[in-house]
Design a binder for this molecule. Structure first.
Ligand code: R5P
Length: 291
């Protein structure tokens, strides 16, 4: 039997995955001891079960330790396998030491998870200098792709879209969404000067006149990328754009700033947030067959 156990905040997704795969949802109790340490208890018998811990990893530092404890409890409880379903996989963006002594977080975080889980399923991890998760994980990895869902959303909701990826890394999503929604697309150039400081350059967008710009990126974090793209498009006479992203991480104030610069902001529910407009539960359930 397959059992899906949600870490706090992931209950809806765990229930949907159980429903779509014919598995069942398990129960987990967590609390903090007075000294701040985590208490974790799995409330279901697990002997011989394939356990899936469901935990999206935005704002990961407080989530990771209870997750590791839950994985340990599942093993101690006799689980046949312990897998992680993390729709948003944190720490993938620091995949290189840009200065001496910097931790290459992607590699170390992958090693940590690889020592605890048998396999991992995620959605569109941010891979920049890496070609695949297999380069840093020592366990089986499976990646679901949200582009077809984003394309369907655009096709359903936007009459004359012009798809725009705000940087070269977003090209893969922009191109696939444009193809799926039968729309033209362009990709901007971005130079990052700091965590919240980016500089975008727009190409000739005269072919987009009369269309509604739809900005597409994998992650919205500080919002600096999307906000600047939205402002520059409006300075050229375009209407406020639609902003679409796979993962709405949204640092403090980012959502409000972006709403002020755009027509609407829509994300998948890989991270629960008021901007969620595209459900990924069916997609992940289908991918589980390949894990
Ligand atoms: C970076 O390469 C990603 O694709 C996103 O463009 C980036 O994470 C967005 O970050 P922010 O919202 O902080 O500009």
């Amino acid at each position: 039997m397959t059992i899906f156990i949600a870490l706090p905040g992931n209950e809806a997704l765990a229930r949907s995955l159980a429903e779509f795969t014919g598995g069942r949802a398990g129960r987990l109790a967590t609390r903090r001891f007075p000294d701040g340490e985590s208490y974790v208890r799995i409330l279901d018998p697990l002997d011989g079960e394939d356990v899936h811990l469901v935990c999206t990893l935005a704002d990961p530092d407080a989530k990771v330790l209870p997750l590791l404890l839950a994985a340990g409890a599942a093993r101690d409880g006799g689980a046949r396998s312990v897998r992680l379903i993390a729709p948003y996989l944190a720490y993938m963006r620091q995949d290189w030491a840009f200065a001496p002594g910097e931790a290459v977080s992607a590699r170390h975080f992958a090693a940590l998870l690889s020592g605890v889980f048998d396999a991992i399923l995620t959605l569109d991890p941010h891979l920049h200098r890496l070609q695949s998760l297999g380069e840093i994980f020592g366990i089986r990895t499976q990646v679901a792709h949200a582009a077809p869902l984003l394309a369907q959303w655009v096709a359903d909701q936007v009459a004359e879209p012009f798809i725009i990826g705000p940087d070269t890394e977003s090209r893969q999503w922009a191109q696939q969404v444009a193809e799926g929604a039968h729309a033209p697309y362009a990709v901007l150039q971005k130079v990052r000067h700091g965590d919240r400081n980016v500089e975008l350059q727009l190409p000739d967008l005269s072919g987009a006149k009369g269309r509604l710009p739809v900005l597409i990126d994998d992650i919205i974090s500080s919002g600096a990328t999307m906000v600047q793209a939205a402002e520059k498009l409006q300075a050229l006479g375009f209407p406020p754009p639609v902003c679409l992203a796979v993962h709405g991480v949204f640092a403090a104030g980012a959502f409000e700033r972006l709403k002020g610069a755009s027509q609407t902001v829509v994300t998948t529910d890989s991270i629960p947030h008021p901007s969620n407009g595209i459900s990924i539960a069916h997609l992940l359930a289908a991918e589980l067959k390949h894990l």
